[in-house]
Ligand binder design. Sequence first.
Ligand SMILES: Nc1nc2c(c(=O)[nH]1)N[C@H]1C(S)=C(S)[C@@H](COP(=O)(O)O)O[C@H]1N2
Ligand SMILES: [Mo]
Length: 354
Amino acid sequence: MVVHEEEPFNAEPPPGALADQLITPLEAFYSRNHGPVPHLDAATWRLVVDGLVTQRLQLSLQELRGRFPEREVVATLQCAGNRRAGLIEVRDIPGEAPWGPGAISTARWTGVSLADVLAEAGLRPEAAHIAFAAPDVSPLADPPQPYGASIPAAKATSGEVLLAWAMNGRLLPAVHGAPLRVVVAGWIGARSVKWLQRITAQAEPSGNYFQAVAYRLLPAWADPSQAGPEEGISLGPAALNCAILRPGEGARPAPGPAEVTGYAFAGDGRSVARVDLSIDGGRTWAQARLDKAAGPWAWQHWRTTVELPEGEVEITARAWDHTGAVQPESPASLWNPQGYANNSWARLHLTCSR
Ligand SMILES: Nc1nc2c(c(=O)[nH]1)N[C@H]1C(S)=C(S)[C@@H](COP(=O)(O)O)O[C@H]1N2
Ligand SMILES: [Mo]
């Protein structure tokens, strides 16, 4: 793993570790934490569901597993900071980790539908947002506070959002949120709250620092230290994105045919329709072959063979979704002071010599 920070623990797999497997092994799954990893005792842990509901619930893990149908969803989690390094090349972003293209991973999650739990609690008509609370206190928040987030009720009741206790057939490791986490399929990772303790139905979005202040897209000219709550665009559904996983950046392959592979991810309610590759900076393009998707909430992998000329080569990749939208060309046009949502064309540099 490429470790950006030991405490809090933030690490991503090298791109090659994500190639060739649609389900990311636990050892290679990226970790994104804002505070120390809590070690909760699953036996005494309880989940509270409260707020604008007709019936407050308090559930042990056993009760949760016994009372609601088990659901499995293959879903990709992607941090809003994925590929931030490409924005830092445009202009420095102090205090934020320079994530490469590995702040994204895919697991087969097992849990229950949040929709089923909310139906049991009975959402009142004024319940427009569902907030999640966890115990890990982040010193980065202003003021320091436990991690939290919220999603609109429409997404929360749409079935694919899970309260998960297992990934890839194993109980969640502590670092990924044991005993229970939210998995908001198709949305930025920040909303998939780990170490979940409380679900609150409310009229307004969460006032937590990580919902009201961080994970918002400010204009390039804004000073994040001066930005008040609710400024900027609250990030939710993940933006269409792609990356090249193999060959690696800076590789020195021989000229001739070479296989290039990568991922593409369309985010909430959209699917990847096409991936193009160019070896002449975007003047001409060839279509990559899309592998079969692991499910509607997961990334797709793609591959193609390109004919590498001798010398310095830049490989460019861009994805299209089924609405006809394509990734934007330049990271400069997307630069924002916290370095979120870099979904510009993927670029990779090779030196090809015999
Ligand atoms: N309680 C809690 N939940 C959290 C976080 C956190 O710091 N604390 N980080 C969020 C962010 S920003 C991301 S991208 C994902 C990362 O999940 P992972 O570490 O399992 O990959 O968890 C989200 N849930
Ligand atoms: Mo994130």
